[in-house]
Design a binder for this molecule. Structure first.
Ligand SMILES: O=C(O)CCC(=O)C(=O)O
Length: 273
């Protein structure tokens, strides 16, 4: 199991400066296998990507928390969340959680960044609105489609165009995680090997941003109930103040998971008077 061991500040500094950091071997091979096994039924070659971004030689599985419950182990991985806690405002959301199985023959993905915060009318460089992670479920090698990042591109102006020569391959063993600023330019690499490359990308965003995946529809209350309160909150089963954002029919959304939920006005945590 990877360990921040007081390196939290080093990782945070790397994300501030370079836009990314890597925690090697953050999960062990048993967890890697458990998640791979849960995903396998959804990766049977039936649903190749629908465009160059998804990748015509790639299989993507969305709404993962409705399909592969062990994925929760990486979504709420304590080392990752220790960093996200520092990088995003309280009550941040899970914006996306999908797997990306890149088959041999895949071409490079277009360069992009994940936060889509330009929709807010805030050009880069801008305050941080998102943090993305990419977990390796196969070793990321020089030839099998390892994610490529452009160091420091989270600080670029909006109009700057990425050059091929600026991209750096993220080489890391299975079980490791790349953590990066939502404005960092990156892409999935070309798979020129003869083996598949599996990754899962949980992405987190500011509570003021719309999630990429519509999480409360993707993971309905009957399924969300099996997860921790932290995950339920990140999916959107929570009220965020100010503004009472997230209520359903005037009520706390956790009531859809547990009809006995007492809501935010419940006083049990207050000292008895
Ligand atoms: O597959 C990868 O390595 C990166 C994929 C990615 O960045 C995306 O689809 O947003």
């Amino acid at each position: 199991m990877g360990n921040l061991n007081g390196n939290l500040a080093t990782h945070l500094q790397a994300i501030e400066t370079d836009g990314f950091t890597i925690i090697k071997n953050a999960i062990n091979s048993a967890v890697v296998e458990e998640i791979r096994n849960e995903l396998a039924p959804f990766c049977q070659g039936q649903k190749p990507g629908r465009n160059n971004f998804e990748g015509h030689h790639t299989e993507r599985v969305y709404a993962l928390l409705a399909k592969a419950p062990a994925v929760a182990k990486i979504v709420e991985h304590p080392l990752v969340l220790a960093l996200v806690d520092e990088l995003l405002p309280e009550n941040y959301l899970l914006s996306a959680a999908l797997s990306i199985l890149v088959h041999p023959g895949e071409t490079p993905q277009p360069f992009h960044y994940d936060d889509a915060a330009e929709l807010l009318g805030v050009d880069k460089p801008r305050p941080r609105f998102g943090v993305s992670t990419i977990w390796a479920f196969d070793d990321f090698t020089g030839t099998n489609g390892a994610t490529e990042v452009i160091p420091r591109s989270h600080l670029w102006p909006e109009e700057r165009v990425a050059k091929e020569s600026e991209a750096v391959k993220v080489l890391m063993p299975a079980g490791s995680v790349l953590i990066f600023d939502g404005a960092l330019v990156h892409r999935g690499g070309a798979n020129q090997s003869n083996a598949d490359r599996l990754a899962i990308t949980p992405q987190y965003c500011s509570p003021s941003l719309r999630q990429i995946e519509n999480m409360v529809l993707a993971v309905p209350p009957t399924i969300a109930g099996q997860y921790s309160e932290k995950i339920q909150n990140m999916l959107g089963y929570n009220i965020v103040s100010p503004g009472f954002k997230g209520y359903v029919d005037g009520m706390h959304p956790k009531k859809l998971i547990d009809k006995h939920y007492k809501g935010r006005k419940y006083k049990a945590d207050l000292p008895a008077s």
